[in-house]
Ligand binder design. Sequence first.
Ligand SMILES: N[C@@H](CCC(=O)N[C@@H](CS)C(=O)NCC(=O)O)C(=O)O
Length: 206
Amino acid sequence: MHFYHTPTSCSQATHILLREARLDFRPHKVDIFTRTLEDGSEYTQVNPNGYVPALVLDDGMLLTENVAIIDWIASQSPVLVPEGRLGRTRHLQVLAYLSTEVHKPFIPLFFLEDEAEQARLREIVAQRFCWIASKIEGDFLFGGRFTGADAFLYVMLRWAAMVGLETSSSFEAFVEAVERRGSVKAVLAAEGLQPLCADASPLPAT
Ligand SMILES: N[C@@H](CCC(=O)N[C@@H](CS)C(=O)NCC(=O)O)C(=O)O
């Protein structure tokens, strides 16, 4: 399958999960500002909405939207979904929260110049991180099992670090546990990024 992504963006969660699920994929970098691929072709020919992530499956079907893509990858590798009768539903609940309550309001924090509006949005996003922090049980959001929601939360925490947004100290152990995973080390190396946790040993970039 083909995977369309932009390093550091929300597509990093998909990147981690494709590796967790050991799915074969060919990565393609997208410049989301010009909506072009590395060969200069127009990305809107692939995803008419112009944003990442996107997957094009081997049969040519296009998948977009973080929640749907993460749910689909988890359906290929059910260890990425919480256990229990409501496991998939609880997973979708957290994915929807991260997508609509954290990811979307977060994006303007990278661009807004109005200080009052920045402060208002930072407050909102910080509160939303508080709720999600209260959901961590053990290493991850659903106990000892790393799920798709953990990958998405990790990317949002990287964004928080990028804009200097203070978040709950209970995320420290979470980030350490996430950055111990081989999938995460490999993705950080592939995207040319350093781990957040100073003790995490990065993989050399290839
Ligand atoms: N509705 C999409 C939005 C994804 C999204 O906002 N992606 C950002 C990167 S984090 C992007 O590609 N932005 C460029 C654009 O919107 O043109 C989803 O949930 O997957």
